[in-house]
Each structure stands twice: as structure tokens, then as C-alpha cells.
Design a protein. Structure first.
Length: 110
């Protein structure tokens, strides 16, 4: 089991992940995934969609860790990634609904 790290350890964990230690990202998942999942559920209103977006956000955070400016506070950055991912899905859903309405109106109204 992964112990919870304090914020000073997070900078060290970032460096370990960047050095190729794949297991070093696990404490970030343990610490931030539950809150990120709640955020995504709030944004999307669907547990299934929230799980997909939260998982994708964690993958994007892991892949993009080298772009993190402040090594001491990766949590804020991870939440921002999740919020952006959630917004993109929400906008995509709106576009699908809008497109469906346009097509429906075109077919039904001539």
C-alpha cells in the first residue's frame, strides 16, 4: 500500500516519475483521483462519464508531467486537467445535441 506523501515529497515524486519510475505516480492517483472523480461527476452529471474523464485526466497528467511548472503543487494542475477534459466532453455533448436537433428539424420541417 502506498503511504500518503506530504507536499514536500510530491516534488520528489515528480522527479522520480520524470526519471522513469512508473510506480512513483501511484501516490498521486491515491491522493487526487477521488477528488478528481467528484469534480468530473459534478461537471458531467454521469458517474460513467465521470470515471472515463477522470481516468483520462490522470493519464494526461502522467504523460504531461514534464510540463508541470511547480513541482511542489501538482494537485492543482491535475484538477485543471480534469476540469478541462470535463468541459471538452460537455461541449462535445452539446454539439451532438445541437446537431441532432438541426437534423431532426431539417427532416421533420422539410
Amino acid at each position: 500500500m502506498t503511504r500518503l506523501y506530504d507536499h514536500h515529497d510530491e516534488a520528489m515524486l515528480v522527479e522520480l516519475v520524470l526519471a522513469g519510475d512508473r510506480e512513483a505516480f501511484n501516490p498521486f492517483v491515491d491522493r487526487y483521483y477521488p477528488g478528481i472523480l467528484r469534480l468530473c461527476n459534478w461537471l458531467l452529471g454521469s458517474v460513467t462519464d465521470a470515471e472515463d474523464v477522470a481516468q483520462e485526466a490522470m493519464v494526461q497528467a502522467n504523460l504531461g508531467l514534464s510540463g508541470l511548472r511547480s513541482r511542489e503543487n501538482p494537485g492543482r494542475w491535475m484538477y485543471a486537467i480534469a476540469a478541462n477534459q470535463g468541459r471538452m466532453v460537455y461541449i462535445f455533448y452539446d454539439l451532438i445535441v445541437l446537431t441532432t436537433l438541426i437534423i431532426y428539424n431539417a427532416v421533420m420541417c422539410g
